[in-house]
Design a protein around this ligand. Structure first.
Ligand SMILES: Nc1ncnc2c1ncn2[C@@H]1O[C@H](COP(=O)(O)OP(=O)(O)OP(=O)(O)O)[C@@H](O)[C@H]1O
Length: 230
């Protein structure tokens, strides 16, 4: 069926095996996200925010229910299909940056492009464009072991956008940043949303992040308890 939803979750439940039993981390989640949304999952520690982002990002499998991205149910995906989906459509930003420390800023951002057989000149253009978005084009050759946390998160943002994904999933992206850097990162992400139309889903406790969101989805004990547009 035709739908305007970029992402649609229907009765999604996630159970983890714990010892001899199972633990229900998410139960019966129904959510739709349209193109261009700037939304976030909030809720206490353990409420299921990261689990839900991981399911939407095809990093983990649902136990029950379906998740459709661009109208395609990803629950039936093979590992290769999931890798392709992530590779082509989804960028990830984590609180811990996940950069390769012995490599330069440039090489870290180029990394996702090396899996595709793109000519070097085209890769360079894409990397430099991504670095311009985050204001790091002048220090592209610096090793990421020598940069600040704020700069590291901006490298991670450049890496997440270098392939021009439709969706960015940002799991506590400001958790390790001071206020000035948190605002800088949020300003960059807001601009990417407004000017490139990238759809964002955050997970966060941070009031600085929550202030920017246009839609706030509250989770408690693995259930959606509120869903509010601003
Ligand atoms: N692989 C796993 N095996 C067993 N239980 C898990 C697993 N991953 C998550 N859980 C449990 O599922 C629940 C939800 O975890 P999740 O990390 O999604 O919460 P969260 O809202 O992101 O928390 P935080 O804000 O602390 O990051 C928690 O009770 C957690 O212990």
């Amino acid at each position: 069926m035709e739908t305007n939803n970029l992402i649609e979750l229907n009765n999604v439940t996630k159970k983890f095996l714990v010892g001899d039993g199972e633990f229900t981390a998410l139960s019966n989640i129904n959510l739709q996200f349209s193109k261009g949304e700037f939304s976030g999952l909030i809720g206490p520690s353990g409420s299921g925010k990261t689990t839900l982002l991981n399911l939407i990002g095809a990093l983990d499998d649902t136990s029950e229910g379906s998740i459709e991205i661009n109208g395609k149910n990803i629950a039936n995906n093979s590992d290769e299909d999931s890798a392709l989906l992530r590779n082509e459509h989804i960028g990830f930003i984590f609180q811990s940056y996940n950069l390769l420390p012995v490599y330069s800023i440039y090489e870290n951002v180029e990394f996702p492009l090396l899996l595709q057989k793109l000519p070097k000149a085209q890769r360079k253009e894409m990397v430099m464009q991504a670095l311009k978005w985050v204001g790091l084009e002048d220090i592209a050759d610096k090793k990421t072991s020598q940069i600040s946390g704020g700069q590291a998160q901006r490298v991670a943002i450049a890496r997440s956008i270098v392939k021009k994904p439709q969706i960015i999933l940002a799991d506590e992206p400001t958790a390790n940043l001071d206020s000035a850097n948190a605002y800088k990162v949020m300003d960059i992400l807001k601009k990417l949303n407004e000017e490139l139309g990238i759809t964002f889903i955050f997970s966060s406790h941070d009031s600085k992040v929550i202030k920017y969101l246009k839609r706030v989805i509250s989770l408690e004990d693995g259930k959606v308890v509120n869903d509010e547009k601003k």
